[in-house]
Design a protein around this ligand. Structure first.
Ligand code: DGY
Length: 326
C-alpha cells in the first residue's frame, strides 16, 4: 500500500509530483493560511509522512496523535518549530533543507544590511511622498558599508557565505561561534572574537545563529549597550535570538543606529508592533530564502528527504541522526 503523506501548504508542482508518484498525498490547499492545528491532528491520525513548513509547530502533543508517523520533513533549514527530542523518542525521523538556500539567504542578508545602512526604504518613501525638493549635502546620509567591520554571530554555512560577500566590500570580518573554525579563518580571512569584543568593534552585526534555548535573547539590553552608537543590527535567523523590547529601547535612545529585521519573535509581526513605527528599522516578512529557484529546490529536497525516509533509506538531511542508533 502507498504510504499516506500530509503536506501542510501548496508546494511547487515538481515537488508535489515527486510525492504523488510514490505516495497517497493529501495537501492543505490554502496558500496564505497555515493549516489549523485540529486539521493537522486529524491528518496525522493516518499519515506516515509529514511535509511541513516553519509555520507549523510540531510539538509532543501533536506527535501523540500521530501513531503511524515515520518522518517529519521540514521545508526549512531551521527546525526550531519541531520538538525534535519528542520525535526522536517516538522513533520519528526529522529532516531539513540545508545548503540549497545558503547563497540566497546570504544575498538577502547583505541586501538588508545595505538597505538599512543606506536608508533605502526611508529614501524611497521620501521621494514618493513628494518631499524631494533638491539635492542637499547631508540629505538621507547613511553609513558606509565598504571598509567597515562586520561581526557575524553564527559562522555556519550562511555565515561563511555572508563573509565572502563582505570581503568583496573590503570589510574586516569578525565572527563568533560556539566552536572556533580555524579552517574558515584561513579560507576567508575572518577573525574569531568573543561576543563582547565582536559587539564592541563591529559597525554591522549580523545574526545568523540557529535559535535554541541557548540563543534565546542572546542579544538583549546588555549586549546592545556595548555596541557602537553608529552600529546596525541585522537579523535573518530567528526573531527569538533578539530581545525585541530591548532592541526597541536601544533604537529609540540612540544606543545603536538602526536595525534590519527579516524575522520576528511573533510572525507575522503584528502591525502595531513598536519596532514597525521606527524609521530606522527595515522590516521584511521572513523572505531570506525567497527566490523562485531556491524555494523550488527547497521543496524538492524536502520531498526527496521524505521519500528516502519512507523507503527505509537514510535521508540525506536527517536532523536526529541518533535515531539510527535506537
Ligand atoms: C529556514 O529555512 O530556516 C528559513 O528561515 C526559511 O528559509
Amino acid at each position: 500500500m502507498r504510504p499516506r503523506v500530509f503536506v501542510t501548504r501548496k508546494i511547487p508542482e515538481k515537488a508535489l509530483l515527486m510525492l504523488e508518484e510514490r505516495c497517497d498525498v493529501r495537501m492543505w490547499q490554502k496558500e496564505d493560511v497555515p493549516v489549523p492545528k485540529d486539521v493537522l491532528k486529524e491528518e496525522l491520525a493516518e499519515a506516515e509522512g509529514l511535509f511541513c513548513l516553519l509555520t507549523e509547530k510540531i510539538d509532543a502533543d501533536l506527535l501523540d496523535h500521530a501513531p503511524h508517523l515515520r518522518v517529519i520533513s521540514n521545508m526549512a533549514v531551521g527546525y526550531n518549530n519541531i520538538d525534535v527530542s519528542a520525535a526522536t523518542r517516538k522513533g520519528i525521523m526529522v529532516t531539513n533543507t540545508p545548503d540549497v538556500l545558503t547563497e540566497t539567504t546570504a544575498d538577502l542578508t547583505f541586501a538588508l544590511l545595505m538597505a538599512t545602512a543606506r536608508r533605502l526604504l526611508e529614501a524611497s518613501d521620501y521621494l514618493r511622498r513628494g518631499e524631494w525638493k533638491t539635492w542637499s549635502p547631508m540629505l538621507l546620509t547613511g553609513q558606509d558599508v565598504h571598509g567597515a567591520t562586520l561581526g557575524i554571530i553564527g559562522m555556519g554555512r550562511i555565515g561563511e557565505a555572508v563573509a565572502k560577500r563582505a570581503k568583496g566590500f573590503d570589510m574586516r570580518v569578525l565572527y563568533h561561534n560556539r566552536n572556533r573554525k580555524p579552517e574558515v579563518e584561513e579560507k576567508l580571512g575572518v577573525t574569531y572574537a568573543d561576543l563582547p569584543t565582536l559587539l564592541k568593534e563591529s559597525d554591522f552585526v549580523c545574526i545568523l545563529t540557529p535559535y535554541t534555548s541557548e540563543t534565546h535573547h542572546l542579544i538583549g539590553k546588555g549586549e546592545l549597550a556595548i555596541m557602537k552608537k553608529t552600529a546596525v543590527l541585522i537579523n535573518t535567523s530567528r526573531g527569538g535570538v533578539v530581545d525585541e523590547n530591548a532592541l526597541y529601547e536601544a533604537l529609540t535612545t540612540g544606543t545603536i543606529l538602526a536595525a534590519g529585521l527579516d524575522v520576528f519573535e511573533q510572525e507575522p509581526v503584528p502591525l502595531n508592533h513598536p519596532l514597525l513605527s521606527l524609521p530606522n528599522v527595515v522590516a521584511l516578512p521572513h523572505i531570506g530564502s525567497a527566490s523562485v529557484q531556491t524555494r523550488t529546490r527547497m521543496a524538492e529536497l524536502a520531498a526527496q528527504n521524505l521519500l528516502q525516509a519512507l523507503a527505509g533509506e537514510l535521508p540525506e538531511n536527517l536532523v536526529n541522526t541518533e535515531i539510527y542508533k535506537l
